[in-house]
Ligand binder design. Sequence first.
Ligand SMILES: Nc1ncnc2c1ncn2[C@@H]1O[C@H](COP(=O)(O)OP(=O)(O)OP(=O)(O)O)[C@@H](O)[C@H]1O
Ligand SMILES: [Mg+2]
Length: 168
Amino acid sequence: MNVDTLAVYPGSFDPLTNGHVDIISRGSRVFDRIIVAILLNVEKAPLFTVAERVEIAREVFAKYPNVEFDTFDGLLVEYARRRQAGVIVRGLRAISDFEYEMQMALMNRHLNPEVETVFMMPAVPYTYVSSRLVKEVVALGGSVTTLVPSLVEDRLREKKLGRETLKA
Ligand SMILES: Nc1ncnc2c1ncn2[C@@H]1O[C@H](COP(=O)(O)OP(=O)(O)OP(=O)(O)O)[C@@H](O)[C@H]1O
Ligand SMILES: [Mg+2]
């Protein structure tokens, strides 16, 4: 039987970093198709709207025919079932990600044993990159060139982040 392997890569992507880009491009080589699924309403005050995040990701991955973008709400395993995806992709940066990710993977397996979670490691230069830190660095006037796609860097600049945004 030759069934396409469809994977879902869920996250908030607020904003997309080169760590996410690395995992998505690795996933696109391993799986037939990968859906980048942007979680709705995770944070009360996201920096980028979901529509902006989808638009940015679409533009960055314009040349990847097997990478799709979507939004979801509620249980991830239900979303995976609805999309008929057999795999959940997650990125592992460091030991610090491990405990939470293992709990999530086992809980998702409990909820739906048919969906398998697959972890991927990013290239070493991205192991310390997170959306939260990127926003913090930009708000304090630091450079995130090489840590995010240049389109994201431009969009971050347009947001005119300052110290006061960090309180949110
Ligand atoms: N630099 C990175 N390298 C590898 N995986 C990553 C990286 N950043 C995030 N991920 C993974 O991508 C998925 C989605 O993460 P998420 O949207 O929470 O990004 P984040 O950078 O951790 O954002 P935040 O700082 O807001 O938590 C998770 O599996 C996370 O472990
Ligand atoms: Mg995170």
